[in-house]
Design a protein around this ligand. Structure first.
Ligand SMILES: Cc1ncc(COP(=O)(O)O)c(C=O)c1O
Length: 383
């Protein structure tokens, strides 16, 4: 049984989804939207979204804007080709909608995170680059920082959980990063990374409270909207929430009618619970094989964006993540890691709500170990 602590958002006056806040104190409860919706709300709901504040009151950080995403796009385009957006007929048949898959698994690190790393490192000063960068990661964020550090000539140190995905560890070392195993999970490693950065005088990269990472990863949403301007639904996996925040800033910034739907693993629901309750939630452990979504703690900058822009949030089981991995493989030949298959798992669960819609699923990463694939093949079937 997972236990959790709930802390108040000590922010300025704000109305968040489901709760109203004034100086960090809950003042009025507003009924939550039902989780199981039979119909997709349209403009009326989108218009109810509160304006985004310029800053996150908890961290003081500026919220990234659509303009920041367009600026990031200019940087990212110099180093990365746009990824394919495919429309697999078999997946459309299975889901009963026009299903698109954004193939971020073909990025040079096998995951969408590289967009954020490149945007952030491109904006560090020569002095900051010279002092090196330190971060914590379950894998793909670390790969992104390692890859970008090599591009921009910085030394990278990545703190990882002891039982990290060996494919991701090997990739970071290949990019020249130092890998330090410093805890049982991602959130423990974050503390170790922060202390290490302070000791080295290096730049500490926060995985979620970093507007330049959010603006960078948001470029995948720009690419999707450019190809399918009449997209109805965008489904995105969540770990810390930077990818989903970026999708909200870019996708809904361009088209407020677009529905943004986030997905977390049932065994790692901190950001989901934060979004639903209007309060920051932290768990004392996580339980999912999908390491890209295995975060215990939610962070304030993504929360500010998701509270005001995200339309829905779903949880999926590890069993359904494995089924989604096999379904993607069987219908498209694409290999997704657990987090990368989460959008399909959620879409399958809500297929009746999505019928006839234009729906994009973000295949956020493909770094699945062969052992994990063998485990899925041994225990599950595709849908
Ligand atoms: C493949 C994959 N998908 C999704 C996520 C979640 O991204 P975020 O932390 O931006 O929510 C991650 C995080 O590392 C990931 O590696």
């Amino acid at each position: 049984m997972i236990t959790h602590a709930v802390t108040d958002n000590r922010g300025a006056r704000a109305t968040v989804r489901g709760l109203q806040w004034a100086n960090g104190r809950e003042t009025r409860k507003v009924p939550m939207p039902a989780t199981a919706q039979t119909e997709l709300p349209g403009q009326a709901e989108a218009d109810q979204h509160a304006a985004l504040p310029a800053h996150d009151p908890a961290s003081g950080l500026a919220l990234p804007t659509l303009l920041d995403v367009y600026r990031a796009r200019q940087v990212v385009d110099r180093y990365l080709a746009p990824t394919p957006l495919i429309q697999p007929p078999a997946l459309g048949d299975l889901l009963g909608c026009n299903a698109y898959v954004k193939c971020e698994n073909v990025q040079p690190i096998g995951a969408f995170k590289v967009r954020g790393g490149i945007n952030l490192l491109s904006q560090l000063s020569p002095d900051e680059l010279g002092r090196g960068v330190v971060t914590a990661s379950t894998g793909n964020h670390g790969q992104s920082i390692a890859y970008a550090a090599r591009l921009f000539g910085a030394r990278a140190t990545i703190h990882m959980p002891e039982r990290a995905n060996p494919l991701k560890v090997a990739a970071m070392r290949r990019f020249g990063a130092e890998v330090v195993f410093s805890g049982v999970d991602f959130d423990t490693c974050t503390g170790a990374a922060e202390a290490d950065a302070a000791a080295r005088g290096a730049y500490f990269v926060h995985t979620s409270n970093e507007p330049r990472l959010i603006a960078g990863v948001a470029t995948y949403a720009l690419e999707i909207i450019e190809e399918v301007p009449d997209l109805d639904v965008l489904i995105v996996p969540v770990g810390g929430g930077s990818g989903a925040s970026g999708a909200c800033i870019a996708g809904k910034g361009i088209n407020p009618r677009l529905r943004g739907i986030a997905v977390q693993a049932e065994g790692a629901p901190a950001v989901y619970e934060t979004w639903r309750s209007g309060r920051f939630v932290a768990h004392d452990r996580v339980d999912t094989f999908a390491e890209g979504m295995a975060t215990r703690v939610s962070h304030s900058l993504p929360a500010q964006i998701l509270w005001r822009r995200l339309d829905d949030f779903r949880l999926v089981s590890d069993q359904d993540l494995r089924r989604a991995i096999l379904t993607l493989l069987a219908t498209t030949g694409l290999l997704a890691e657990g987090a990368g298959a989460a959008a399909l798992a959620a879409a399958y669960a809500m297929r009746h709500e999505l019928a006839g819609r234009n729906v994009a699923l973000v295949l956020s990463g493909g770094n699945l170990t062969l052992d994990a694939l063998a485990g899925a093949l041994a225990t599950e079937q595709p849908w």
